[in-house]
Design a protein around this ligand. Structure first.
Ligand code: HEM
Length: 435
């Protein structure tokens, strides 16, 4: 617990990589949690700026300022290399030689995730991945558009009741969008609705074995592999995947939509542009359809810019399975890698001097670097629910801005915080006025 970490530290120092220094047993974990995150979370950002890296990932911000973009810190006795160089990130995520693996879960998280796609490795992962990719392919996702529209309609009707004839009203949209996102996953992937599934989700949240009985309506297809043999998941495996989709898909999509609404409420000019686009596309049909999903160019740019500034996944983790070369570095086996997505997305060297500004126009230009933007990950383990998330986000955003003008409420406190995903610590208070 002391000798090996010091040796590893020395190994990195001899290659020019320094960091906060190993502390026996806990490493730097306590410092991160108590001092840096605790301090950052106790203070909101005074104005609604998008220069939020220092608040959202304070340990990365403080240490990269002190030690450089690549530095070494300690998660308990495990070395963790923080990386924000896009070439190195590309090397890690696109590697197919098995040099970089996902970090195995601790037993508690393993209970929740362990046997689903997020926690699996090797051949088991490959089988689950093929089946999940089929379940979420674009054709299938497009077929779910009427379900997404129905869920959103239901939410908007509730909002109208809330408005109760007033010109304008205030809403905390983060909670609303979590319920909506849960409803959409249940209707599409599980074939039930959030109301019906509420009890199921409570049970999942508490990790009880009753999940089995509750998820009867699961539909996850089989898959015929190259040799024509059908690959099917067992009931238990399907249940684990449903839990995975529910957890991996609900908060991420809900928070993407929350940040997008907040950004449009702040940047009125883009709200107007987006609304004009929605009106011009959905002229005859009141609501978006599967056919016009691809026509939402401005809405897409806005969603990308939202994911750049407020990436819901924040950072990706891997670990080296053997001694590897990463860039010019010689990295020992079992080194964890913290791929600082949020820092890359805000990097002025990659995005220009206005990297902290909201400017969806930047997505009309070719990107400087392949790995400058990776909100859904890259390579073989790229988000399997990306199609669902993007189609859902376009539909929900289009339907909301078609119906309401948005502005930021004076009660909104800008405090992006990482709680698994990136979320507004004190909620997202928006004032809505009927269009
Ligand atoms: C805005 C919404 C979303 C974002 C930003 C997002 C982000 C990500 C990222 C960054 C990864 C890669 C993790 C890694 O490489 O370590 C990932 C993987 C994954 N995502 Fe998403 N996700 C979103 C929505 C969804 C949805 C809607 C679902 C399912 C219904 C989903 C299911 C998954 C699964 C199962 C994986 C693991 C894939 C694998 O290991 O093969 N995600 N997601």
């Amino acid at each position: 617990l002391i000798w090996v970490p010091l040796q590893i530290q020395h190994h990195f120092r001899s290659q020019g990589i320094t960091g906060p220094g190993y502390r026996p047993f806990l490493g730097n974990s306590a410092e991160i949690r108590r001092r840096m995150i605790g301090e950052a979370e106790s203070r909101p950002i005074s104005a609604f700026t998008h220069d939020v890296v220092s608040r959202s990932i304070p340990h990365y911000y403080n240490w990269s300022t002190a030690y450089g973009k690549t530095f070494l810190y300690w998660f308990g006795p495990r070395p963790r290399l923080a990386v924000s160089d896009p070439d190195m990130i590309k090397e890690v995520l696109l590697n197919t030689g098995g040099s970089f693996e996902k970090i195995p879960f601790n037993p508690l998280s393993g209970l929740l995730w362990g046997r689903g796609l997020v926690g699996l490795a090797g051949e088991k992962w490959a089988v689950h991945r093929r089946i999940a990719a089929l379940a979420f392919n674009m054709e299938r996702v497009k077929g779910w558009v009427p379900e997404m529209v129905a869920s959103t309609m239901k939410m908007l009707q509730k909002w109208e009741e809330e408005r109760g004839g007033r010109d304008e009203f205030e809403l905390e949209v983060n909670k609303e969008l979590h319920d909506l996102s849960a409803d959409i996953i249940s209707r599409t992937a599980f074939g039930s609705s959030f109301e019906e599934g509420k009890r199921i989700f409570e049970l999942i949240d508490r990790q009880t074995s009753l999940v089995l009985q509750a998820l009867r309506s699961v539909y996850i297809p089989g898959f015929r592999n190259q040799d024509g043999v059908e690959e099917r998941l067992g009931v238990e495996e399907v249940i684990d995947e449903c839990k995975t989709f529910y957890f991996a898909g609900r908060d991420t999509t809900a928070n993407l939509l929350t940040w997008a609404l907040l950004l449009l409420a702040l940047h009125q000019e883009w709200q107007t542009k987006a609304r004009e686009e929605v009106f011009s596309i959905c002229r005859e049909c009141e609501v978006p359809t599967a056919e016009n999903i691809n026509e939402f160019k401005i809405v897409s740019m806005i969603l990308n810019e939202t994911l750049r500034l407020y990436p819901t996944a924040v950072a990706l983790m891997r670990q080296t399975s053997k001694r590897v070369k990463l860039g010019t570095l010689d990295v020992p086996a079992n080194t964890q890698l913290y791929l600082a997505m949020m820092a890359v997305h805000h990097d002025t060297e990659l995005w220009g001097a206005d990297a902290n500004e909201f400017n969806p126009m930047r997505f009309t230009e070719a990107r400087k670097h392949f790995a400058a933007f990776f909100p859904f990950g890259l390579g073989a383990k790229i988000c399997v629910g990306q199609n669902l998330a993007v189609v859902e986000a376009k539909i929900v955003l289009a339907m909301i801005i078609r119906r309401y003008y948005l502005s930021v409420s004076p009660s909104y406190v800008h405090a992006p915080t990482q709680y698994v995903t990136l979320q507004p610590q004190h909620g997202a208070h928006i004032i809505l006025r009927r269009v």
